[in-house]
Design a protein around this ligand. Sequence first.
Ligand SMILES: Cc1cc2nc3c(=O)[nH]c(=O)nc-3n(C[C@H](O)[C@H](O)[C@H](O)COP(=O)(O)OP(=O)(O)OC[C@H]3O[C@@H](n4cnc5c(N)ncnc54)[C@H](O)[C@@H]3O)c2cc1C
Length: 418
Amino acid sequence: MSEMHIAVVGGGAAGFFGAIQAARQFPQLRITILEALPQPLTKVRISGGGRCNVTHHCFDPLLLSQHYPRGGQVLRGLLTRFQPRDVLAWFAQEGVTLKTEPDGRIFPCSDDSSTITTALVRAAQRAKITIQNQHKIHTIRRQGDGFHLEWLGGGLTCDRVLLATGSNPVGYAIATQLGHRLIPPVPALFTLHIPDPALWALAGVSLPQVRLKWLGEELPRLAQKHREQQGALLITHWGLSGPVVLRLSSWLARSLHSCQYQGQLQVHWLPAWGRQKLYEQCQLLRTQVAAKTLGNYRPVRELPQRLWHYLLACAHIPQQRRWGELSGRELEQLLLQMTAKVYPVTGKGIFKEEFVTCGGVPWGEVDSRTMHSRVCPGLYLAGEVLDMDGLTGGFNLQAAWTTGWIAGQALGARDENA
Ligand SMILES: Cc1cc2nc3c(=O)[nH]c(=O)nc-3n(C[C@H](O)[C@H](O)[C@H](O)COP(=O)(O)OP(=O)(O)OC[C@H]3O[C@@H](n4cnc5c(N)ncnc54)[C@H](O)[C@@H]3O)c2cc1C
């Protein structure tokens, strides 16, 4: 059997996993990773704030797949073949120990993403994979049964290609050169800009449980279902952030993009209490601590003092007002501020921790058993170049590991439909 040459375009999470798996499965293959940047695995290196949130502690493919606003249905099947448990085993075999944090995110015990990148580069070198950095592929053409790849100043001929260029626009362009359609890529994890300087002054205040609801605008069915989210919130110097905001932005990514990130957001600061319970609590305080000033006496401990003062100001109630003097109208105002405060949203911020793109090559054009293109024989796709993206928490890297691994299983098979 003559030596088959595989070119992996993109030295990221999916490209490395695909290349290493292919080399292990088919030792006779010649494999070259072509990476545009001076070093591979850049995103893995910066992921998780430099700690690399490798995957998530969820070993049930059905449950896990529900963390993917796009691509979840296909991933559900793929995760039965390679899931977080397999990622743990894979890295353990490479001498990397991982740990699970209380919220389920999994990191290397070293808390250093270079532990992960070093393990991947070593595994690739051991498998005799050639890594060519600073090779930004701009064109891939069919040549006979194979391909010709071109970069500035050079070219290479190969039998098969694994396209694993992440969310890079050149990668998307290459996919279309080879006959694929593209679901327009748009950002999927972002924070919200809220034009309220008084809110910005609270930057750093966080709450473990807040309920957000995106108001107005007719939303498609999927977005309708997810327009309300509950979870931890962080106030920033431009608006709102934290897991609950990222989750909302992820589920509503397309809708928010089409309304240019303009709309209205309703915030319930104390969902665990609910409006009625809060009302009863305030009524109680009006009699029980009638002489105390509102500024000095919060209705519930869960409400941070600075936020409480801000909400009082929003309700136009002076901090010096005594609980016993609070009028019925003021109480109504206060309840409104605490349970249904509406903010205008005027844009999105750029979240630096985890940023992904939804859209890409549609799943209908890929055989998910092999990650083989249904449009272009010999082309395989893995990672974010596909129309899939997950919530924050390690789900995006898991999708890259899974699709890369599955592509690697098939890349060297003689029968491409195997
Ligand atoms: C700041 C940040 C933090 C993140 N943190 C996390 C996290 O902690 N956990 C998590 O699960 N997800 C995280 N993500 C998301 C995660 O990093 C990506 O979903 C994942 O890296 C996608 O893997 P990939 O292999 O598809 O793409 P990438 O990792 O982006 O790899 C693609 C590679 O292809 C190269 N390339 C692109 N075009 C070409 C070309 N034309 N020729 C040659 N090479 C090319 C790129 O340079 C890149 O190295 C984070 C993302 C960002 C931006």
